[in-house]
Write a protein that binds this ligand. Structure first.
Ligand code: BGC
Ligand code: NOJ
Length: 810
């Protein structure tokens, strides 16, 4: 069952009922000011950091769900309704929410009044614009009262929901004309404030939540709205809000437009205050002036749309498969950009006060957006590398505002260092910019300890080389990619919960997954060393890779699939010998995509085992059989009920690893089958089961052991976005950046047909026509570049604006 449809032409998902199974959200903002907005106008806004500079309040896990947002109440006689349905939930005569790229639109109507609400964050300013248009479709004049509403958050979102003894006494506001200023904490010289304004005169206002709502009332029935009149309250402590009241008369057929602006203003540090508490309003006036008229707003929206169009044009496919086209051309790339902006901080599942930027998360996210924003990817790599320790290990997380490593969490996740090689290699293959490798980058943000980026990568590699266990496989540390596989927590902290994690190192527990990573990224490191002219270093890396490859074959193979790990006692994890958790997905996907066991015929066996033991109609589960009891020696993974999260859930992130692995062995049918099982455009058909947004990936889908098999959670902020994009764009459609040009090597299902790719790469627009006359799954017979047949399948880098390529598969 669907709750809407894709409008590919407008690059929108159109939701046709407000009662979606879960709130379906969108993100506004692309630089510093961000908003989350749901299909019923729920959500919140923040500036740069969702924890420290939260503008509006949002209560997670609230009842009813998703209440709290930017609301417009329309009072028409005795009827009060909202264009986004919530919070009054008055049945609407029509409703539609269109989530587009960086904007959302609502169109609804009630009793012959039409409302159209456009919400977006303009590109260059720190504000959200809400343009509301009301039209009288009846043949009588209508008297309406419009009430706006936002509830301020007292900046630090964490403190805001717990430190009530203080924060119920700090709220301060000021009203001037149609502008409501939120000044809480300004007197402490925090030097920033927020505004909520409208481009029309107002007939009243409220700034105290309790006066606006009335005692014991919710957002669904504010007393002010019910009585048709704001109270003119001035908040003093408690909960400040901003509400404008506007009385409107609409003649038959008449439309009126209101531009509301929620803005963040920060005065430069050097600016002196004359009197604490008196705000400098000049910047607010300036900002408001830029969005006074419809023309200004429309222009800002057009700029935003042009920005997205241009950005996404860097990779486009035109095939006979609409679902692939819409995912590749619009939604998958869009989600990759959202993970760039948000990492894992703010979604409807991440509260914005929890995690900072993850080291491994950010490195992997980069694989999905490096072709879109290479300059910002470069900065990101330097930021990430700056948090690395001198021994090559890494802070697991860092703070987006300070860009410093988070010492509460610390290091010890032994996969982290290798992801730095992964993202740097992707950046250099995309851009050819080797200058990044010689750039001096600090360790632990300390410039007294600094070295060229290439040296950081060397320390990453050496970290694995110098941290191996009894079988010559990498030590796992606290965990590897699978955060919940805590193999060292039992040995030194018996009885303690996984939450404390284990010690950062244990001399025995080893990870076959990290071994797979080492083989893949060790080779990519060797290629970078070669680019730098250091052939000895490349040879050293390759010989270490060969050693690791053999260690996997000798000690990481279980007979029908790759083992997952050895625990702190040296016992196998992910083996047929285990009572539960006999096969895990990660080493099957990653070892094979790294090329391990392909020539020995083991790769094919491993993939067959995945299909037999882990596959479901909703995707491939992370492990089987699910753990039915808690295993202290395995940690958090066994804390989940069977079928959820890391305990046998379908972790969407590593499904593409298996799909890529299938392309490595040339199985286009199976690669595509895996791709389509978790692909939003396919999943849309059964949204009532899947429940999260059908236009983006979720982190996890409940596995076969769970009562709610097929139900997804944790949409938007997941490494799945990047890896599925890598899979479809580079392996299935097969256009892969290399150091010497674009390799074209598709691996498609039978019947996929011919297709075209448009790719902007190193200053050139490549127009690539792929023909598949004999309907093969893999294999390139001929590549013709600007009329000339080339040798091999790497389209060379040229100094021309446009290059036309014809590729014949066969
Ligand atoms: C989750 C993991 C996540 C980790 C982050 C765990 O509870 O299951 O998916 O990576 O928390 O710290
Ligand atoms: C989510 C985390 O963000 C990611 O870093 C981790 O790899 C997966 N969960 C698997 O545990």
């Amino acid at each position: 069952m669907k709750y809407g449809y894709f409008d590919d032409k407008n690059m929108e998902y159109v939701i046709t009922t407000p009662t979606t199974p879960l709130p379906w959200i969108n993100y506004l903002g692309s630089d510093e000011f961000f908003s989350l907005i749901s299909n019923t106008c729920g959500g919140y806004s923040f500036y740069k950091d969702a924890k420290l500079l939260r503008l509006t309040r949002y209560r997670y896990n609230n009842v009813p769900t998703d209440t709290g947002g930017k609301y417009y109440y329309i009072k028409d006689g005795d009827t009060v309704w909202n264009p986004g349905w919530q919070p009054t939930k008055t049945p609407l005569d029509s409703y539609e929410c269109r989530h587009g790229l960086g904007y959302s639109r609502f169109h609804s109507s009630k009793n012959e009044i039409e409302a159209s609400l456009l919400c977006f964050v303009p590109q260059k300013d720190s504000c959200e614009i809400n343009k509301l248009t009301l039209t009288n479709k009846s043949n009588q004049a209508k008297e309406l009262t419009l009430f706006s509403f936002v509830e301020w958050c007292l900046w630090n979102a964490d403190d805001d929901m717990k430190n009530f003894q203080r924060n119920l006494s700090t709220g301060e506001v000021e009203i001037e004309g149609s502008v409501i200023y939120h000044k809480t904490e300004y007197r402490e010289r925090r030097n920033h404030y927020a505004i909520f304004s409208v481009n029309s005169p107002i007939d009243g206002f409220d700034t105290s939540r309790d006066d606006f709502l009335g005692p014991y009332r919710g957002f669904d029935s504010p007393v002010a709205v019910e009585s048709g009149k704001c109270t003119g309250s001035i908040a003093s402590g408690w909960s400040p809000i901003a509400s404008h009241e506007i009385n409107i008369t609409l003649a038959p057929g008449e439309s009126r437009e209101f531009i509301f602006l929620l803005g963040y203003i920060e005065n430069p540090k050097e600016e002196k205050f004359t009197e604490p508490g008196i705000i400098n309003k000049a910047r607010a006036y300036d900002l408001i002036q830029r969005y006074q008229t419809s023309e200004q707003v429309d222009k800002a929206l057009a700029d935003l749309q042009e920005y997205w169009q241009k950005l996404l044009s860097r990779y486009q496919v035109h095939s006979a498969n609409d679902k692939v086209n819409r995912m590749v051309n619009i939604w998958n790339q869009y989600q990759c950009m959202v993970t760039f902006n948000m990492s894992r901080s703010a979604s409807y599942y991440e509260s914005g006060i929890g995690r900072g930027m993850g080291f491994r998360d950010s490195c992997q996210d980069l694989l999905g957006f490096v072709h879109l924003i290479p300059e910002r990817a470069r900065e990101r790599i330097i930021d990430i590398a700056s948090t690395q320790f001198e021994d090559g290990s890494a802070y697991h997380q860092y703070q987006p505002l300070t860009k410093r490593g988070n010492s509460d969490i610390g290091s010890g996740f032994n996969d982290d260092p290798l992801w730095l090689i992964a993202c740097t290699s992707a950046y250099v293959r995309e851009t050819g910019d080797t200058s990044i490798l010689t750039e001096t980058v600090p360790f632990e943000n300390d410039w007294d300890k600094a070295a060229p980026l290439m040296e950081h990568l060397k320390r990453s590699l050496n970290f694995t080389i110098t941290h191996k266990g009894p079988h010559g496989l990498p030590l796992i540390g606290r965990a590897d990619w699978n955060d919940c596989l805590n193999l060292n927590c039992f040995s030194e902290h018996p009885g303690e919960s996984f939450q404390t994690y284990g010690p950062s190192e244990g001399p025995v527990a080893e990870s076959v997954f990290i071994a797979g990573m080492f083989v893949k990224y060790g080779e990519e490191y060797a290629q970078l060393a070669e680019l730098m002219g250091d052939h000895d270093e490349a040879a050293r890396a390759r010989s270490e890779v060969a050693t690791m490859y053999n260690a996997v074959l000798n000690y990481g193979w279980d007979g029908e699939w790759f083992l997952r790990a050895y625990d702190a006692y040296g016992n196998k994890v992910g083996s047929k010998e285990c009572e539960e958790g006999q096969i895990y997905i990660e080493p099957q996907g990653f070892c094979v995509l790294a090329g391990i066991g392909v020539k020995e015929g083991l790769a094919q066996k491993a993939l067959k085992s995945v299909k037999e033991k882990l596959d479901t109609k909703y995707g491939i589960m992370i492990l089987q059989p699910a753990y039915t009891r808690y295993h202290l020696e395995l940690g958090e993974i066994t804390s989940y009920p069977p079928g959820y999260k890391e305990n046998a859930g379908i972790f969407c992130h590593n499904n593409p690893w298996v799909s890529i692995a299938e392309t490595v062995v040339g199985n286009g049918n199976r690669a595509f089958e895996i791709y389509s099982k978790t692909c939003p455009a396919y999943v849309e058909e059964f949204s009532e089961i899947h429940r999260t947004e059908p236009y983006v990936y979720s982190q996890m889908i409940a596995g076969a052991d769970a009562p709610r098999h097929g139900e997804a959670k944790n949409s938007w902020l997941t490494g799945t976005a990047a890896w599925t994009f890598v899979n479809i764009s580079q392996y299935i459609l097969g256009l892969r950046p290399t150091h010497s040009g674009l390799m074209i090597d598709p691996c498609v299902p039978e019947g996929f047909g011919d297709f075209c790719l448009e790719r902007y790469y190193r200053g050139t627009n490549y127009h690539i026509q792929v023909k598949n006359p004999s309907n093969v799954q893999k294999g390139v017979k001929e590549v013709i570049v600007d009329g000339e047949v080339i040798e091999g399948n790497i389209i060379p880098i040229v100094d021309r604006k446009d290059v036309f390529v014809e590729v014949i598969m066969g």
